[in-house]
Ligand binder design. Sequence first.
Ligand code: AVJ
Length: 339
Amino acid sequence: MGTSAASQMVPDVCAPDVAAQATALQRFRRDVLRGLSVARKFIPSLYFYDARGSQLFQRIMALEEYYPTRCEREILERHGDRLVASLSERQGTLVDLGAGDGTKTRLLLSRFFHRSPGVSYAPIDVSPTALWDTASRMATEFPGLHVVPVVGEYAEGLRWLVAREGSGALLVLFLGSNIGNLEREAALSFLRELRAALRPGDHVLVGFDLLKDRAVLHRAYDDAEGVTSEFNLNLLARINRELGADFDLAGFAHRATFDPLRPAMESWLESLRDQTVTLAGRRLSFSAGELVHTEISCKYREEDISAFARSTGFHEVGRFRDDRGWFADALWRVPGPSL
Ligand code: AVJ
């Protein structure tokens, strides 16, 4: 832990009140029970990111097979200057939805900060530990940067956007193809809500993982070292830790499949035998071969990206790709005269 700028953030980031924690735990229990009580069992993917899951995701991002992170880093390194130059001069705040460890954001923030040292940085993430690390690292690296961390889901992020004070346009980052965790309809309604929370002259930069060779996709979601498997199984470990369940992790295995219709990669936990698990006084049965859905990671065609912008009210001002054309960052503007 570091500078005085960073330690001022301790009350915000590290001491969420006890009531809020209890509510979060109740929501976790309710969501898990609900997802495991239906015919096609599922666990919402936002629960991947406890402290352990965030660490595992960092290891995934460093994997040879997990190309999206490297592709997007290449994009921001190569085209960052052009990207920042195409924004209006009054860009005041960089909002980072699902900031994670912020390594990609740094590439843009440094360019912003050097152009106008008065900028603010608002990382929003469900993982308090990842958020704290990111917020304090940025505050240390860019002295004088105004850092406003927000712990929460995207919905909290949107509420924060609506209630924001002060002038200066926003650049909202939604990187890493995080949007891919939402089914098409959910992604569209999220983008519409985001659009409604913004003002003319604000911009968003959305990362889209492009459709590509299946073998490449498979390797990215089922790596040789088994880190993705551990990441997926950590959901059950977290349920054991926080909700007192008795999942036997050896009784489940990570599966990654490709659905060409959506198109998307999907992650599942397969029950390796008939078994019963106790969770919050309830007995849950799993049959051998039964699949629990844990994640969807949509893959996009170039024309999907244009259609997304069009049908959510954004105007596309730029699209940046890596050399192989595996990933795209789309820069969209909220149309209308900025005040
Ligand atoms: C962080 C949601 C973009 O879907 O590619 C990585 C998460 N899951 N490996 C993705 C993830 C398995 C990742 N996102």
